[in-house]
Ligand binder design. Structure first.
Ligand code: NAD
Ligand code: DAU
Length: 341
């Protein structure tokens, strides 16, 4: 059946991959992307989507209640999927307020408008960071949906705040929402401030690769397409009021990823530079995805060894995309964040 899906944050990394996934898989769906194009949103990412008559882009801030209401009244979405967020932990340490604004109040605004207009379905894209971190010496421990929320950074606190609000709306207003909490994604259109694209691009430019602390922090990496497929399943078959963890049991220490990237690109490990650690740096993330597997049949399809090669190739083939980004305001950010480290 034909549906209209609003994708907020669709000009960013995961949101844009989701837009492309949905346009390809559901040729009769209308996909409406709502994005205010912060530094992390890039219209050139959506170039191909903009050629599709089933796609509409609206430059709108999710905190702008009036504009969101007008847009939703016009589009009458069947489902709203909220990817829009300030997403970078390091930036949240510098400017927490913006994170609360977008991640908490933006979520509240979207949900209020959905309630007012009786929109049948809302999905909140959350993160494994809401669970805090796990110790490195307990590989038997994983985050399940029952793990208490226990946040470390202003970013993760803002995402947890939004999750709590979503659950409160479900209980108080019977708001028809689901939440997914995914581990670290990687793949095409990943903004160059994040570990994997930053390291690929610095290596290509023979610049130092800044590894925080001892490099032993562990992240659980999932190819972005697998995350998109999980959200697709949840919005069509998930149960209202439920939280679904998404991850592929692919834990890796940062330093091992950095070395792998250097090896793939034929660059020297001498480029690795250990720098001051991130404040409050979470040690290990590890998702238990049993629930989404057993209840919805989701399993990741891309193995890390293939996904990382595909991703490196994508950055090699799309220099125009990232060169434009790193030539602009990003330079000031880089200098501020890494200049004296
Ligand atoms: P991103 O930073 O690449 O993209 C965020 C997008 O949201 C950008 O296009 C930006 O312009 C837009 N945006 C920001 N504030 C907005 C506002 N007020 N109104 C409208 N648009 C706004 O982020 P991402 O990595 O693609 O993450 C997407 C979502 O997935 C986030 O909610 C994040 O918390 C979550 N998540 C990310 C990961 C990951 O590994 N990147 C993992 C799990 C969950
Ligand atoms: O776990 C999901 C989360 O993953 C998402 O919710 C966030 O939006 C997303 O940004 C990501 O957060 P991380 O903090 O894990 O990702 P980041 O790429 O910033 O860092 C990954 C690891 O690499 C982390 O341990 C910090 C380290 N790092 C990062 C950068 C940018 C470095 O060592 N050097 C760096 O320059």
């Amino acid at each position: 059946m034909k549906k209209t899906i609003v994708v907020t944050g669709g000009a960013g990394f995961i949101g844009s991959n989701f837009v492309y996934h949905m346009l390809k898989k559901y040729p009769d769906y209308r996909i409406v992307c709502v994005d205010c194009l912060t530094y992390a949103g890039n219209l050139s990412t959506l170039k191909k989507a903009l050629e599709n008559p089933n796609f509409r882009f609206s430059k709108t801030n999710i905190c702008d209640r009036k504009a969101i209401k007008e847009l939703f009244e016009e589009e009458k979405p069947d489902i709203v999927v909220n990817f829009a967020a300030e997403s970078h932990v390091d930036r949240s340490i510098e400017t927490p307020e913006l994170f609360l604004q977008t991640n908490v109040l933006g979520t509240e605004t979207l949900m209020d408008v959905c309630r007012e207009l009786n929109i049948p379905r809302y999905h909140q894209v959350s993160t494994d960071e809401v669970y805090g971190d796990l110790p490195l010496d307990r590989p038997d421990l994983f985050f399940t949906e029952k793990t208490p929320l226990h946040t470390s950074s202003p970013y993760s606190a803002s995402k947890a705040g939004a999750d709590l609000l979503v659950m409160a709306y479900v209980r108080t207003y019977k708001f028809p929402a689901t939440i997914s909490r995914c581990s670290n994604n990687y793949g095409p259109y990943h903004f160059p401030e994040k570990l994997i694209p930053l390291m690929i691009i610095n290596a290509l430019n023979d610049k130092p690769l800044p590894v925080y602390g001892d490099g032993k922090n562990v992240r659980d990496w999932l190819y972005v397409e697998d995350h998109c497929k999980a959200i697709d399943l949840i919005i069509h078959e998930g149960e209202i009021g439920e939280v679904y963890n998404v991850g592929g049991h692919n834990e890796m220490a940062n330093i091992d990823i950095v070395k792998l990237i250097l090896k793939e690109l034929g660059k020297s490990e001498d480029l690795i530079t250990f720098v001051e650690d991130r404040k409050g740096h979470d040690r290990r993330y590890a998702i238990d995805p049993t629930k989404i597997h057993t209840q919805l049949g989701w399993l990741p399809e891309t193995k890390f060894e293939n996904g990382i090669v595909k991703t490196i190739k994508w950055y090699l083939d799309h220099k125009d995309w990232w060169e434009e980004i790193i030539s602009g305001e990003y330079q000031n950010y880089y200098e501020k964040m890494y200049g004296d480290k």
